[in-house]
Write a protein that binds this ligand. Sequence first.
Ligand code: HEC
Length: 195
Amino acid sequence: MRTAKRGVVAAVVALGLGLGGAAWAQAPSKADMQRGSEIMQKQAWRGRLEKAKALSPEIKQFLVKIALKHSRHSETLTLRQVMAEILADYQAIAVAIATDNGDLASEAARRLANHRLPRGGMLPYLPLEKVTSKDLSLLPAMEDIIEVGAIRLAEAAEKGDMGTAAQQLGAITGGCVTCHAHFRGQPGMSARLKK
Ligand code: HEC
């Protein structure tokens, strides 16, 4: 455990993140730590090193935790492409709830909870001025409302409790809205539009 933890810390330091003395709420397993180390090594943050270094230890630890928690990591897909997958799962959940299909609702919700992570992680896709501890402090709440919420939704759907599943879907929708309002801007804007 100690050696594996040092492995992750070394990997993150190598990235310029400077994560030291991580206080984990729940200690991840040795195998997980090894995987986390490999993942963080791959997360390239070109041109963002200073910004990444300046992040608080809490945010750095959160980013490592998310990288460990997700089992699907893409080498090619961008955040926008991953968002298209998230939208597809979100829509499948809505269809399943509306048609009382607990199996589909729970499958799609578990897939949403363990959505793919884009190439390089999330930070390279955010506006540079938003890569601060203050702005990123929104992320843990987003994880709770969307990823933990999706598991709650799956459990309700498995019990056939579509009312609770529908409520959770409403909360998840609020998470999409909040995060987009903060980080996304207006997609596809054109400089050729009249002012
Ligand atoms: C952690 C923040 C965050 C959360 C939570 C989030 N998104 Fe996104 N989403 C983004 C960002 C940032 C972009 C812009 C990415 C880009 O353009 O590179 C985006 C873009 C998208 C896009 C691409 C098209 C567009 O309109 O920009 C879709 C579709 C999308 N999100 C769907 C969803 C859905 C559905 C949910 C909720 C289940 C969700 N997102 C939750 C941050 C988030």
